[in-house]
Design a protein around this ligand. Structure first.
Ligand code: CO
Length: 401
């Protein structure tokens, strides 16, 4: 069994020899005209077209819908803010930050109302973390051949988030004895409301106002979002307007009729907030076509709500055998981690898959292993191993191992 470090060196060795196959036949064209002038706000190349895709779980109203990140078109671990997945329950509110307020009250000594500017005066923290909707890859409960990794896994994205540690704000208001949860409420028309354990609020939770170096995008919660690293996306309340310190979870709609996991015996798991370890190969993935036999880099992302990814293994034979992939630095807690594996494809049909292990020792399950524990009634928290079949003609299709 090779170490991730050795696997990385193997990748380099194989990569160098493999380039002969992909040499272009003509030199680069000469530039012959002046280019575009400077501009106040940058746009991507007109030759680049990747975009979010509306979820196949369509609703009758676009304000109550989700859109998926084109994972196969993103590199490294950061998702461009413009391509971060969306999930809205009542549309994206247009909020003037000068008018917005965050109220913290309930079981506190000094209830306070903060303006956005006041929060931005406080000591700040920046951290890279994923956000994943707990419905991501939920199609795995009833597999239907989806065409792309965007369709199966596009409800996860990773950004650098900047804001204030929530523990600092809770210190300011003075949490009273007996408090054990906080209730977080958004300023969207749905007033999205979730209960969060006080221990999480005092640990690594943040109130964020920036994403990837700019103010947080409206569809991600401008001007303020509650950020709970590793927790299911829905609990990361966008357009945050209120935090109430309480002594119990409030059993809101989003933690009773929704965002619960119906088990085989008819009971439901509640407050399954931490996202389990998951990985997916983004290349080769559904809808792509390999140019021919020879060197191909198998790459993808892995993540876990419980800390760091420690290992990713790749199979090219449908899970019969596994080999270590190289983990690309940085390997950050509760962030997407990029993995790579050098593959010399012999041109015969292959089934490619990845399997992650996280720092708690938890190993990503097969579909059968997951169903054994969870049954098939759930909509949420499906983290099964995802496979892609590479056919002899190079086309790639959805597969289950
Ligand atoms: Co859950």
């Amino acid at each position: 069994m090779s170490s991730p470090r050795r696997a990385f060196l193997q990748t380099l060795a194989l990569g160098a020899g493999a380039l002969t196959a992909c040499r272009a036949k003509t030199p680069p064209p000469q530039p012959s005209f002046l280019g575009a002038p400077i501009s106040p706000y940058g746009e991507r190349s007109p030759f680049v077209h990747s975009q979010r895709q509306v979820s196949e779980r369509v609703t009758r109203t676009p304000e109550q819908a989700s859109s998926l990140t084109p994972l196969a078109d993103t590199y490294g671990i950061i998702t461009p803010s413009s391509l971060h997945f969306e999930r809205h329950h009542s549309g994206v509110p247009k909020i003037d930050p000068a008018q917005h307020r965050l109220m913290i009250h309930g079981m506190v000594d000094r209830p306070l109302v903060f303006t956005v500017a006041e929060l931005q005066r406080l000591p700040s923290t920046s951290r890279i973390h994923f956000v994943e909707c707990s419905g991501n890859s939920g199609n795995g409960w009833a597999p239907t051949p989806r065409t792309t990794v965007q369709g199966t896994h596009g409800l996860t994205s990773c950004s650098e988030w900047t804001g204030v540690k929530l523990s600092l704000l809770l210190d300011e208001v003075g949490v009273q004895q007996g408090a054990s949860w906080i209730l977080a409420e958004g300023a969207d028309p749905a007033k999205m409301t979730r209960s969060v354990p006080l221990a999480k609020a005092l640990d690594d939770a943040m109130v964020v106002y920036a994403q990837n170096g700019e103010p947080i995008r409206p569809e991600q919660g401008f001007p303020l979002r509650l950020f709970l690293p590793g927790y299911e996306g829905n609990a990361n309340i966008k357009w945050l307007r209120r935090l109430k310190v309480v002594d119990k979870p409030y059993q809101t709609r989003e933690e009773t009729s929704k965002y619960t996991d119906l088990m085989a015996d008819g009971t439901a798991r509640q407050f399954t907030l931490v996202m389990d370890a998951k990985s997916v190969v983004t290349h080769p993935s559904g809808g792509q076509k390999l140019a021919g036999p020879g060197f191909h880099e198998i790459t993808g992302i892995a993540w876990t709500g419980r800390g760091r990814v420690t290992r990713v293994e790749v199979s090219v034979d449908g899970g019969a055998t596994w080999k270590d992939a190289a983990l690309q630095e940085p390997i950050l807690p509760r962030a997407h981690t990029r993995f790579r594996y050098a593959w010399d494809w012999d041109g015969s049909e292959a089934v490619v898959a990845s399997r992650v292990t996280d720092e708690t020792g938890y190993v990503q399950p097969t579909r059968a292993e997951l169903v054994d524990v969870r049954g098939v009634n759930s909509n949420y928290h499906n983290n099964m191993i995802q496979a892609w079949k590479v056919k002899a003609d190079g086309t790639v299709e959805y597969a289950v191992v």
